[in-house]
Each structure stands twice: as C-alpha cells, then as structure tokens.
Write a protein that binds this ligand. Structure first.
Ligand SMILES: [Zn+2]
Ligand SMILES: [Zn+2]
Length: 152
C-alpha cells in the first residue's frame, strides 16, 4: 500500500518539486503530530531532532510550499501564532475546530457539515465558495465532566 509520505511526494513532484531530506523530515514531523497544531517554531524544534543541520528559514520555506500546494493549511486561533495543520486526504474543505475556552484543547471535526449552508450562500450571494474555516469556541466534554463532578 502506498504510504501517505509517498502520496505527498507525488504531489510535490506533480508541482515540479523534489522531496528533499529536509522537506521529508518536515513532512514526517507533521504526520507524526497530525493531531497537534504546531507553530513553525514547534515544527523546527521537532525537525531538528531528525535533521540537526536544518535551519529555521528552510522549515519556514517548506511550510510555505506545503501551504501553497494545499498539503497543509495555515491556521490562526486568534493568539497571533500561525499554526500548521495537515489537510485530510481528499478533503475538499478544511476541517473544523472546537476550541475549549477552559483548557485550550483543540479538537477536530472532519465531517464537512456545511454543504447546505454553502448552497444557500452560493445562491443568495452569487458567490463561488472555494473553502471555509470554522472554529467553535466552548467547553469541551472533559471540562464539562469536571464541572459535573464538582456539582455532585
Ligand atoms: Zn486541525
Ligand atoms: Zn476543556
């Protein structure tokens, strides 16, 4: 079976880029930390473990390239830090996020859920939607159960 890294390699080749060792180390870090929302500095520190000679500028350029190719999405949760998130394979849209205002945990929703909303927006505003970002702010199930425990 073809691995995810092989398919990313093909995407790069398709756009006339090579999967250099530095790019590969960066992609591997993103794959290993798929659930996390790493900043460029976080990625750099993790890549450095695999490829000690790599520089921050190279990591930045690689993240920019992966963003341009839509392999990765750049997100900002309002704290001024750009974070990098692997796009689900075959996903037409970016996944949604649930941010807990108590503990700061970020959970993901991979289902699109917005098909009907998009149809309404496209017809009402005559607007061709290419993507959307959706972030919900609230209290996660772990924090909610803490509150329930305190009540008992
Ligand atoms: Zn995410
Ligand atoms: Zn929470």
């Amino acid at each position: 079976m073809e691995s995810r890294i092989d398919r990313i390699k093909k995407q790069l080749h398709g756009a006339s880029y090579k999967l250099t060792p530095q790019r590969e180390a960066t992609v591997l870090v993103l794959l290993e930390h798929e659930e996390d929302h790493l900043s460029a500095e976080d990625v750099f520190l993790l890549v450095k473990v695999k490829a000690p000679e790599i520089g921050l500028a190279t990591v930045y350029r690689t993240l920019e390239l992966l963003t341009d190719l839509k392999i990765v999405d750049r997100i900002n949760f309002g704290d001024g830090v750009s974070r990098y998130d692997l796009r689900q394979e075959g996903a037409a849209h970016f996944h949604h996020h649930l941010i807990c205002i108590e503990c700061g945990t970020v959970d993901e929703i991979q289902d699109d859920l917005l098909g009907d909303v998009e149809k309404i927006v496209e017809s009402r505003f005559d607007f061709a939607i290419k993507d959307h970002w959706l972030t919900f702010h609230g209290i996660c199930k772990r924090c909610k159960s803490d509150v329930d425990d305190n009540v008992e």
